[in-house]
Unconditional design. Structure first.
Length: 516
């Protein structure tokens, strides 16, 4: 009998403690921050005023940086659209999450992700806009995504019930509208995580009609290495992503040569009559003038560069304006104080450096990405961070902020401890691996970047090594691999590359090194 009484008391005590723990959890949950992650596509840090760009003003991205932290050394693990999103979702490198390239990969949505973890932890989750992972989103209470790359005008969306929905308007405005609609309807008893995936500023840089001609009076300076001849850099020499040779007069620059060709272009044929009239009223006189000029050689290449810059920056104007709309929504609904806002691009982009557009390379302009974060109460306004962070760190950072455990197999690092503790040096080396071997003819490669050096191993299309001293050669024009005086540093970097490959268990890279 005595034993039974003791058991009863123990059981009572235990259930009381459980109740207490539950109450504590509810209290913690109500204080947990909301999370808004805005991911743009191909948005170059060189065009963002927070990063010192003189090309245009981006007041709303700048606002996030001014009210939070600007990461000046933010990088991606694999500089291309789909793979970057898979890395962001999972916190794992491409060889672990399985989505290596845009040509053949399909994301296995059954694997774990920060969205699933947040959902299990009591968050309401949504992804709206560009997704580009070729399988249905999982881990989201709501999703509404652009099929593949999506369209700039009157975009179609894949809906949760399997239907397609076309929404009239310009894609960046429409995605922001739909994000607001979801926020209006959400269950406000729970914290939320909303990912807004913008299509802008992806090729073909088609601006909103409201932004046409915004940069027409500007003559943009050519980057110093615009006429790069790629000496001693075989992979760079054989690429197919130059403004001169690759950028198309019709598809990219909207100079179609005939109405018939323009009508056949999918981006144009889907516009309604009013949109088309405005677009034509802008581009047709430019084309007529271009035809009179009859440009050749460098004059033609530089004309293409100016047109590229104007279209790209006009498209980015709408992106920044719509980021401002999302910030305003949070203000107007009393959400700003308890909401983390992260803005990043899926990678960087070339604005004529090396003569290029596009991305893919471990070279700085595509490897580095813009990333800013506002986290009231945690991050001091106006913080500038020079630590190495990556898109790999988004998943563990949001889990950390939500007070959830970071699974052991996540390869990224929460950015929060280093922001709290300035003495924390964080990551010292960045590891990169690009796989795609198709469009734009960029050879697959992997490599590391330290604070000063970069060691790169190309394979498949080109087999070879490159070494850069970023202190002496920030534009990566002078490949020092195999040059006199660089033996010791090369050996050290080679060891470090091996360490990184082993650390992240990149078996393919390890095999390539063994075969050399
Ligand atoms: Ca991209």
């Amino acid at each position: 009998m005595k034993l039974n009484k003791t058991l009863l008391l123990l059981a009572l005590a235990s259930s009381c403690m459980q109740l207490f723990a539950q109450k504590q959890q509810t209290a913690a949950a109500s204080k947990r921050p909301n999370i808004v992650i805005i991911i743009s596509d191909d948005h170059a840090y060189q065009t963002i005023s927070a990063y010192g760009s003189k090309l245009m003003k981006t007041p709303n991205i700048d606002r996030i940086a001014n009210e939070g932290v600007r990461f000046d050394k933010a990088y991606v693990t694999n500089s291309i659209c789909g793979p970057s999103r898979a890395v962001i979702l999972t916190g794992k490198y491409s060889h672990k999450n399985g989505f290596r390239d845009n040509e053949s990969s399909v994301f296995n949505g059954d694997q774990d992700s920060f969205a699933k973890q947040l959902q299990r932890g009591g968050y309401q989750t949504a992804w709206i806009g560009k997704w580009h992972l070729e399988s249905k989103p999982q881990g989201f209470d709501f999703w509404q995504v652009l099929p593949n790359q999506g369209q700039y005008f009157n975009p179609d969306f894949d809906m949760m019930d399997g239907s397609k929905k076309r929404i009239d308007g310009y894609v960046t405005n429409v995605i922001t509208d739909e994000a607001e609609n979801w926020l209006d309807k959400r269950d406000d008893s729970k914290p939320f995580c909303l990912v807004i995936g913008h299509k802008a500023t992806h090729r073909v840089w088609l601006p909103d009609t409201a932004d046409l001609g915004r940069f027409d009076k500007v003559n943009f300076p050519l980057p110093a290495n615009f006429y790069d001849t790629y000496q001693n850099r075989k992979a760079a020499e054989i690429q197919d992503m130059s403004i001169e040779k690759t950028m198309l007069m019709g598809y990219d620059l909207k100079m179609f040569g005939s109405d018939d060709k323009e009508n056949k272009d999918g981006n144009f044929s889907r516009m309604n009559a009013a949109q088309r009239a405005k677009i034509d009223a802008y581009y047709k006189p430019i084309e007529a003038q271009f035809n009179v000029l009859n440009l050749q050689g460098k004059a033609l290449t530089e004309w293409k560069f100016q047109r590229y810059m104007r279209d790209y920056l006009s498209t980015a104007t709408s992106l920044d304006r719509n980021i401002g709309r999302t910030l305003d929504y949070l203000d107007q609904h009393g959400l700003s104080k308890n909401t983390i806002v992260i803005y990043l691009s899926d990678q960087g982009f070339y604005m004529g450096e090396h003569g290029w557009f596009d991305k893919r390379w471990i070279y700085e302009e595509s490897f580095r990405t813009p990333m800013v974060m506002r986290y009231p109460g945690m991050v001091k306004a106006g913080t500038v961070s020079n630590r190495f962070v990556m898109n790999l760190d988004i998943a563990p950072t949001v889990l950390d902020a939500a007070g959830l455990a970071i699974p052991k197999d996540v390869q990224g690092i929460s950015m929060l401890p280093a922001l709290k503790n300035q003495a924390d040096k964080g990551r010292q080396v960045l590891y990169y691996h690009y796989y795609e071997n198709g469009e734009h003819s960029v050879s697959p490669h992997f490599g590391i970047r330290t604070k000063r050096y970069k060691l790169i191993r190309f394979y498949k299309r080109v087999a070879g090594w490159e070494l850069y001293d970023l202190q002496k050669d920030p534009h990566e024009m002078d490949n020092k691999y195999g040059k006199k005086g660089y033996g010791t540093i090369t050996a050290d970097l080679y060891k470090e590359l091996n360490r990184q490959i082993n650390k992240f268990e990149d078996k393919d890279a390890l095999q390539i090194l063994k075969d050399r």
